[in-house]
Ligand binder design. Structure first.
Ligand SMILES: [Zn+2]
Length: 319
């Protein structure tokens, strides 16, 4: 992996990593947080971007494109895994700068990109100050939205191709993208949050999380036999099958602990504490998670809540 450090004229230091011959990762460093939100740039005959990151990070993304010598009119596609602010929140703002690009999004996410009002209201309710940190999403013109379904494919040229893989569970409108040349998968939030510093994955499962559907999506990804995973949070990872399988085990463990907690009438905090005690992956990164500006609010609280609400509503699944 070649790490290129760019010092821009405004003094902002950009981190761009070449992860494949035709794929670069731009660390958006949203709110100064490194190794947290990635945008990927695919170069074939045309250019595709996977994940915009939040609205406030669009300037970082554009700086990255400039450093990669990519002209705005070369970008044909902007593919987002889902509409959560840290993945697709920047789509509307970005479109203003990319005259020829269209946005690829799950068909159920499409109306919310065209009219992000409700998305913004809900994001503020769920994320609070983190939503303000990500920034308010701007609308994407309807005619520039491609409402994608499972199996669609988008040709970038020079054998670079993105195939849409519907991977629901984290959200009811979540897509992953299989890239044919590298045989890698852009996982969005379907395979959890990869903390590369610790080589562990932690769940991202806020309500209304669907465990049963998330597990089916993980199987779908495993069956594609990817050679690499490209996590939006964060970066390229090898041993993909092992990572996907171990994430499925981890989700089942969390469900088991949540179920016991509910039966014992434990509080969310108590359930969260037990998960931290029993999940070795989470344990390894516990201090990092607890002091992380976003993860401290999401993993310990929202992700656990997603399990509690799932178990309360659907019972558990056979594990
Ligand atoms: Zn998400």
């Amino acid at each position: 992996m070649t790490i290129l450090k760019f010092y821009l004229s405004n003094g902002v230091k950009m981190h761009i990593t070449k992860i494949e011959e035709h794929v670069h990762l731009i660390d958006l460093e949203t709110a100064g947080i490194k190794n947290f939100i990635a945008s990927y740039v695919l170069t074939g005959k045309n250019v595709a971007i996977v994940e915009t990151g939040p609205a406030f990070s669009v300037s970082s993304l554009l700086s990255g494109l400039k450093e990669l010598n990519i002209k705005p009119e070369e970008v044909a596609y902007v593919a987002v895994s889902h509409i959560h602010l840290d993945h697709g929140g920047g789509a509307g703002t970005l479109m203003k700068y990319l005259p020829k690009a269209n946005v690829i999004v799950h068909r159920r996410g499409a109306p919310h990109l065209a009219n992000p009002k409700k998305l913004w209201t809900q994001a503020k309710e769920v994320l609070g100050s983190v939503a303000e940190m990500y920034g308010k999403p701007e609308p994407v013109p309807e005619e520039r939205i491609i409402a994608a379904t499972d199996g669609m494919s988008f040709n970038i040229g020079s054998n670079v191709e993105l195939k849409v893989v519907e991977t629901l569970g984290h959200a009811s409108h979540h897509l992953s993208y299989y890239e044919t040349l590298s045989e890698g998968i852009f996982t969005g939030d379907a395979a959890g949050i990869y903390l590369n510093k610790f080589d562990v994955v932690v769940p991202t499962t806020p309500p209304p999380f669907r465990l049963d559907i998330a597990l089916a999506s993980l199987n779908k990804l495993i069956n594609l036999k990817p050679r690499h995973l490209y996590y939006s949070h964060f970066g390229k990872a090898d041993n993909p099958i092992e990572k996907l399988q171990s994430y499925a085990h981890q989700l089942k463990l969390w469900a088991k602990i949540a179920k016991q907690g509910i039966e014992n009438r434990e509080t969310l905090e108590a359930i969260s504490k037990r998960i931290f005690e029993k999940d070795e992956a989470v344990q390894k990164a516990a201090e990092y998670i607890k002091t992380h500006l976003v993860l401290s609010k999401t993993v310990t609280n929202k992700s656990v809540q997603g399990f509690v609400e799932f178990v309360e509503k659907f019972g558990s699944i056979s594990t």
